[in-house]
Design a protein around this ligand. Sequence first.
Ligand code: GTP
Ligand code: MG
Length: 196
Amino acid sequence: MLELRDARFIQSSVDPRDRPSPGLPEIAFVGRSNVGKSSLLNALVQRKRLALTSRTPGKTQTINYFLIDEECYFVDLPGYGYAQVPESIRRRWRPMIEKYLSDNPWLRGIVLLVDGRHPPTKLDREMTRWLADRGLPALVVLTKADRVTRSRREPGIGEAVEMLGLDPEQALWFSSRTGEGRDDLVEALKDLLEEA
Ligand code: GTP
Ligand code: MG
């Protein structure tokens, strides 16, 4: 049972086949560059700088494995689709992320992060579709909740799931700054890991 009492960086891979041993269930964090993937991971394990974050998009450039409670890996991935990230780099990341996600017997769940301040982008929709086509169910997290007024919480979920073609139960708000949504996300991750 996931308690999140212990989190340790294990390795960065460029080749998706290069994964740590022992193999353990994996939860992957996916989303646009700068959406808050690495920050969310830190907030989940309540460590400030376990995963490296930056105001500049394109911080995470490799597949980063964090061992959680000696039980599973949280996997921090590079982001997609940010104009400020040079095209040459984006071209390299896409096959890396897609291969990691599609060729992975250890993957138990995907957390797809969407910037809660804006409607999902075309790339977010494409990613949701791409995952669904491969039978990879994603939990959607609307990030940066601290920047969004309370009155937007419910409609924001409704609009996002409608645009992404998902159910409202598959989405929740999260703030790495305030910890809002952390408990719900932890519960959802436990379910994913226990379903396996
Ligand atoms: P890449 O590694 O570049 O793909 O980005 P990322 O998705 O890992 O984003 P990262 O966690 O590095 O955060 C990007 C920026 O958003 C940083 O300046 C964070 O401080 C900020 N940020 C992340 N989460 C939150 C949040 O919940 N609220 C607010 N206000 N800012 C956040
Ligand atoms: Mg990152």
